[in-house]
Ligand binder design. Structure first.
Ligand SMILES: [Mg+2]
Length: 206
């Protein structure tokens, strides 16, 4: 019955306060590099791409700085919208969204902002809050999962837990490190539940 369905949609759910955790997209949930490589290979099928272990993309693609043409307006949208998720990452977000409020924090230039929102919707990312920002440490949340050392350092300086998603380009980070989104949630869940206060202790912030 139509009326019944409408009523269901209008029901305000009981507010359950969950800890807020900040999750980066590229290099954590979304495989931007994989999508870039795929687009590149379409154009240069015989080029050999070196293993990417820094943010200096020009060092790994045979066309050098011309690789940035792939990230210009007109080209970047498709690369972003069609990027695959890392295996298991979306599933982990869905599973843990019962326990945590998932807050997406993604640093994007203006030209890739709308395609990032498209990607979030297209992939059913379980979040009510998406921040496109270079200033992730200004966002409220108990912990950040990110692959970029500068972001992790800034966040750590606010005395909160900064956790690195292991990638070849962030090996210099010497704080907490996980191999997957799922491992990140298990890590912070265990910290919270070992602490009766429900807060993260100082010893985990170093
Ligand atoms: Mg990232």
């Amino acid at each position: 019955m139509v009326q019944f369905i409408k009523a269901q949609l209008d029901i305000k759910p009981r507010i359950a306060k969950k800890p807020r955790v900040l999750i980066d997209l590229d290099g954590v949930v979304r495989d931007f590099i994989g999508s870039l490589v795929r687009a590149y290979k379409k154009q240069y099928p015989h080029h050999e791409i070196l293993p990417i272990n820094s943010r200096r993309l020009e060092d790994f693609f045979p066309i050098g700085s011309d690789i940035y043409k792939f990230t210009e307006p007109g080209a970047i949208s498709k690369i972003i919208e069609n990027a695959p998720a890392y295996p298991g990452s979306l599933e982990a977000l869905k599973e843990w969204s019962e326990e945590f409020d998932i807050i997406i924090v993604s640093a994007q230039p203006e030209m890739s902002r709308s395609s990032t929102f498209v990607w979030v919707g297209k992939n059913g990312v379980p979040t009510n809050e998406v921040h496109i920002t270079y200033d992730k440490s200004a966002i409220d949340g108990i912990a950040l999962l990110d692959d970029f050392v500068d972001n992790l350092q800034e966040f750590k300086q606010t005395n909160r837990l900064a956790v690195c998603l292991d990638q070849p380009w962030n090996q210099e980070w010497n704080g907490p490190r996980v191999k997957s989104v799922s491992e990140f949630f298990q890590f912070i869940y265990s910290i919270i539940h070992e602490n009766k206060e429900g807060k993260i202790e100082d010893k985990f912030l170093t």
